[in-house]
Design a binder for this molecule. Structure first.
Ligand code: NAP
Length: 338
């Protein structure tokens, strides 16, 4: 293949990304080669860069969220054709192979971790979706997690409520939309400036997670609800403890969380971390990535959220994007155009 590929390489822990030429290979069975037009940056990218964790070989290529154009498909891939506009969750962290990382011009992706996007959706806006979507899917639908009914099986609204902590985060934004599509009432937390944003995604009530009386206020609010559980999209020990206290006071329940749960929780509360990288290719992963997402994006049932903050163009801008994300964002996702 005569394509010229460049990547933003990470040579070792605490090194700055280095842009250089990278190899590119033909997609194998079940894979496809995507030319990236936009990538998004996630907290885990900066964490891996700082700590060197999860890396199977150096140099590595980070990056989970890509949006671009299919160049070539491998054997058995029928739902995508060359030229198709797609998003994909790059799975380099799991495969350990540089060609599966997102921070490069051409990425080899698994077809089951990709979805078609409508012509009306820009690559920059679409790039915010993949990792947060899989994280939401893992916590909401997998057995052993909340195991909610899928959106495609929802017939009207259930009478049950889900508490979503950090509804304005990327993961929280996907959780609110999916839980609502599945027919659940959603009560979220966010900073007051993001209350309307969370409501625009489907939350029926939003509380300030920085309020010192948040546990009391939410416990009072959810006492009259039939709770299906909670999703901690922030995942600090403090947030999980607060959610556990709220659930515990109102009969107990399950918390799906993005990080390792605290060691000690009330007896009537259980909590489990989901891993987004393990979602594509599972039954629920396929049900959501293949059977729900493309149609939901086309119909507007699922929106790319939060808003893309395009901080630069070219692989050289990715390091700046990672540094910017470490300073914190609010209801936005850092995106680099390629
Ligand atoms: N397990 C997995 O597979 C997996 C996958 C993806 C992400 N994650 C983890 O999930 C977490 C969220 O990722 P993300 O990309 O969604 O994050 P993000 O969008 O970068 O998070 C930003 C949001 O965090 C909120 N926030 C800030 N301080 C908060 C606090 N004290 N309590 C509650 N919310 C607070 C802000 O809300 P306001 O501005 O409204 O206050 C802001 O909108 C990260 O820890 C990430 O590493 C895990």
């Amino acid at each position: 293949m005569s394509l010229e590929n460049s990547a933003a390489f990470l040579d070792g822990p605490r090194q700055s990304l280095r842009v250089g030429l990278a190899s590119v290979r033909k997609p194998a069975a079940g894979e496809m080669l995507v030319k990236n037009h936009a990538i998004a940056i996630n907290p885990i990218d900066g964490i891996i860069q700082d700590l060197g964790i999860f890396v199977q070989q150096w140099p590595t290529i980070l990056g989970h969220d890509i949006a671009g154009e299919v160049v070539e498909v491998g054997e058995g891939v029928t739902e995508f054709k060359p030229g198709a506009r797609v998003i994909a969750q790059a799975l380099g962290m799991i495969t350990g192979k540089p060609e599966n990382g997102g921070f490069q011009t051409y990425t080899v992706v698994q077809a089951h971790a990709a979805a078609l996007i409508p012509q009306t959706l820009s690559y920059e806006d679409a790039a915010v979706i993949p990792l947060a979507f899989s994280t939401a899917v893992g916590g909401l639908y997998q057995d052993g997690h909340l195991a909610l009914q899928l959106p495609q099986n929802a017939h009207g609204n259930t009478d049950q409520t889900l508490l979503v902590w950090s509804g304005s985060s990327c993961v929280g934004s996907a959780v609110i939309q999916l839980a609502t599509a599945s027919g659940f009432d959603v009560i979220a937390t966010a900073s007051p400036r993001n209350f309307d944003y969370c409501k625009s995604l489907g939350a029926t009530a939003v509380f300030d997670h920085a309020d010192k009386d948040i546990v009391e206020k939410l416990a009072t609010r959810v006492r009259s609800c039939k709770m299906v559980g909670a999703f901690d999209a922030f995942g600090s020990k403090e947030s999980t403890h607060k959610i556990a206290e709220i659930l515990s006071r109102t009969g107990g329940g399950f918390i799906a969380t993005v990080e390792e749960p605290p060691a000690h929780l009330p007896k009537n509360v259980t909590c489990k971390q989901m891993l987004a990288a393990l979602v594509p290719g599972t039954d629920v992963g396929t049900a959501l990535w293949r059977d729900f997402l493309p149609a939901a994006l086309a119909s507007g049932q699922f929106k790319p959220a939060p808003r893309a903050n395009v901080v630069g163009q070219g692989l050289e801008s990715i390091q700046m994007g990672i540094d910017k994300l470490k300073k914190g964002v609010s209801a936005s996702k850092i995106v680099v155009k390629l």
